[in-house]
Design a protein around this ligand. Sequence first.
Ligand code: NAP
Length: 520
Amino acid sequence: MTELLANHIAGRWQVGSGPGSRLMDPVLGTELVRVDASGLDLHAAFAFARDTGGQALRAMSYAQRAQLLAEIAAVLQAHRDAYYEISTANSGTVKNDTAVDVDGGIYTLSQYAKWGATLGNVKHLSDGAAVALAKEAAFQSLHIQVPTRGVALFINAFNFPGWGLWEKAAPALLSGVPIIIKPATATAWLTQRMVRDVIDAGVLPPGALSIICGSAAGLMDQLQPMDVLSFTGSADTAATIRSHHAITRHSVRCNIEADSVNSALLLPGHAASSEAVTLLAREVAREMTIKSGQKCTAIRRILVPQNLYDEVAQAIAAQLAKVTVGNPHNDAVRMGSLVSRAQYDSVQQGLNQLLTHTTALYDGRAKALVDADPGIAACAQPVLLGTQDPDGSALVHEMEVFGPVATLIPYRDLEHALALAHRGQGSLVCSIYGDDSDALAAAASDLAASHGRVHVVTPDVAKLHTGHGNVMPQSLHGGPGRAGGGAELGGLRALDFYHRKSAMQAAPCVLQALGATTGV
Ligand code: NAP
């Protein structure tokens, strides 16, 4: 039997009482470890985090908690090699894809450590200046933000077991809110190992960080009104979560990051030989293949002027043809596998559904895998689809295939292009390609209404830009509507979610006694 990974709750390591779920190597099909959460005292786990962890964190200032983040980043950095091994074994990722998850998490923690230090040795934050409520400002109103007196429950998706924890944990811990993380079962090993290293290093006060691996059953039932819930995953699970009584009856604050049919848009007026076309083709191929397309921010739809449809298809196909797919341990491989055979089946099923409305413009499925058995490995080759019916093919605007699949869509004019982008019904990100600043700015402003982020690629930032799908802690991550309506990151804006805002109405001397603080 493989090792049964322990959960960390109520200040100690505890294994579940059941046989556990098996975590697999998605390339070799072998069992790696098991996780199990049955028989745990969830009530005690939440109470310990809320009371013991919360009190200890709130007793510290923002600057002190920022220092904790820096220490966590140092612990993770010291164990980085182990994380790369676990990621390759359990997520089937090549080194560059592991870096997005592991190093991306460490970078995000480090950024919040830096920003948190600027908040100083204060225990709450002010929000705006005091305003007068009576003559001569003898009675005033000042808004302050204090850490919520609850626990932050994170229910995470399988595609970012490292970054997915730390991009949420950094603002939560900086705010003074304890965390319980429930990673997606398929890839829980990396999350568990990172938490283990941080706990073993003794960086955090008891109860500040707990981990429960295995089934989510019963977790939501523990939530109380001052707790917050952050969910990342599919729209279907998000709908179940939203209907839970913790949300509907107790108003538990809930952030949802769900799936998204993101787009890339080439503005009109460019020649096939222009740099804009080259930049678009390169970015689309990159986005389709990083982490085998298992990024919530990946490009799923590519909008191009009708007259460039064939040329852009060829340019993207030329990039995709260079991608070698197979065993991530083999240095010749550029793209590893999906996280599981179940995900492989789901991608093939989604692809076949899209193919009923589209044609394949590049189909890597005919190519052999490198060093991997196609009957076992969850390796999916990239496929570029195309449609000549941009308005009628509803499915291409609605369906997210969570793998290396995207659809090329022609448009008539800019108005049509923008309308098609908005048909994602709310997306995490749209990238725009062109060289006319005014036209790009106008399109970006239009797209902002239904996108959490708009990423503009011009020739002058060709080598500098951070990538369509890369989530930078400086920028907002989340999108309206279909994308879940969530808001994460965006620098210190992320702290809002973990704070309660209250209006202090008092004489100026009382407001002064509240202390000078920095606004979020
Ligand atoms: P999922 O099946 O919805 O699972 C997400 C998490 O929810 C897992 O931890 C899962 O646990 C848990 N879960 C399942 N059923 C639950 C229930 N009834 N109550 C509470 N929790 C429950 O999603 P996934 O397949 O892991 O992730 C892929 C999806 O996530 C994609 O659609 C992708 O677009 C989206 N995603 C979005 C973002 C973003 O930031 N917007 C980021 C990454 C991924 P188990 O694993 O134990 O089943």
